[in-house]
Write a new protein. Structure first.
Length: 342
């Protein structure tokens, strides 16, 4: 039985492992509709109740597929998050959509829009694609330097004065239950904490077995404000699932020799304790009291089932202590279940 964690401010109950919806948008490779819907059905049948998506993921394809699969069950039995910051516009006849990493995307362009009106339009379009009348969580998507580079400050200001105010209004009206940012950098989340009133953050890849800088100030600030974190990209886009193999990916690029060496050292300790590296990668973020859920993606029922098996693995405290002793894990990283410390 999967554990659930209630978000402190909104009381939304999320399964400790959720379902990242980017693969349903044909991330990296195409996925047929039958397989996509089976992935969602398998997750639901095994206790996963939290599904994350975005208009970006296959230019609406992920949302459409999730809507078809989820609406076969009671709306109150699952939670969904989507995002604002990109609006979809139909391509001209004969024009091909450029969806970047997403393959075989529907004929829509995605363009940035972090305005007040843009956020309202984005949520309305997401509700139509999903086939529901409210969203549990909405994140302002990708207002970090990772995405916008030198234009980030301007984008952040537009989002703070536009999409942020729209989501505050939607929360007040009950159209959404909670909101925050969905980004690849903790620094912008920390800035947003000072400037707004978010309920939670979706932080991709920045609190993992390989990265714990967020421990310095951001995660303690979230604890102090009773704001929850959902961790996306727990495998750092591959290497913590595959191990240090040739061609392993770390943060969307081929892993450097430094990262490969660190992962090899972790794998050696995993072998000593008979612990799967992937299981450790999934469990580690959840040991921090500010983290409510971790959301790996899946493109097959086998991957869904594998994630469910990994999250329930028994990992001894001595394993984490050894990683710390070897300098492979931050000394201050929590390594006991929050319930055990209560």
């Amino acid at each position: 039985m999967l554990a659930t964690n209630k978000l402190k401010r909104s009381q939304i109950a999320l399964s400790e492992i959720g379902f990242g919806g980017a693969p349903l948008g044909n991330l990296y490779q195409g996925l047929d509709n039958v397989t996509a819907l089976q992935c969602v059905s398998t997750a639901l049948a095994n206790g996963i109740n939290y599904f994350d998506t975005a208009p970006l993921y296959g230019h609406g394809l992920s949302e459409r597929r999730l809507g078809l699969a989820l609406n076969e069950s009671n709306r109150e039995s699952w939670c969904i998050s989507s995002k604002v910051g990109r609006l979809l516009k139909a391509c001209d006849r004969g024009e091909t959509a450029d969806a970047g990493l997403y393959q075989q995307a529907p004929p829509f362009h995605a363009h940035y829009d972090y305005s007040y009106d843009g956020a309202w339009r984005s949520v309305e379009q997401s509700l139509q694609r999903l086939g529901c009348n409210y969203l549990d969580i909405v994140y302002i998507h990708d207002i970090d330097c990772w995405t916008h580079g030198s234009a980030q400050a301007k984008v952040y200001s537009e989002a703070l004065n536009g999409a942020n105010k729209a989501l505050l209004k939607m929360r007040e009206q009950g159209l959404i239950k909670a909101f925050g940012l969905g980004v690849n950098e903790w620094q912008v989340c920390e800035q947003f904490l000072a400037d707004s009133d978010p309920d939670c953050f979706l932080l991709a890849g920045r609190y993992t077995l390989l990265e714990q800088e967020a421990l310095k100030s951001f995660l303690p600030a979230c604890e102090q404000r009773a704001i929850d974190i959902i961790i996306g990209g727990p495998y750092n886009t591959g290497i913590l699932a595959t191990g240090a193999i040739a061609g392993a990916y770390y943060n969307y690029s081929l892993a450097t020799e430094e990262i490969l060496a660190k992962v090899r050292a972790m794998e050696a300790i995993c072998n000593d304790f008979s612990v799967s590296l992937a299981a450790a990668a999934l469990r580690f973020p959840l040991l921090h009291p500010a983290v409510a859920s971790v959301i790996p993606g899946a493109r097959s029922t086998k991957e869904v089932e594998n994630n469910l098996t990994l999250i329930q693995a028994d990992i001894p405290l001595e394993f984490w202590d050894t990683l710390k002793d070897k300098g492979l894990l931050h000394r201050d990283a929590p390594t006991q279940c929050p319930e055990a410390l209560a």
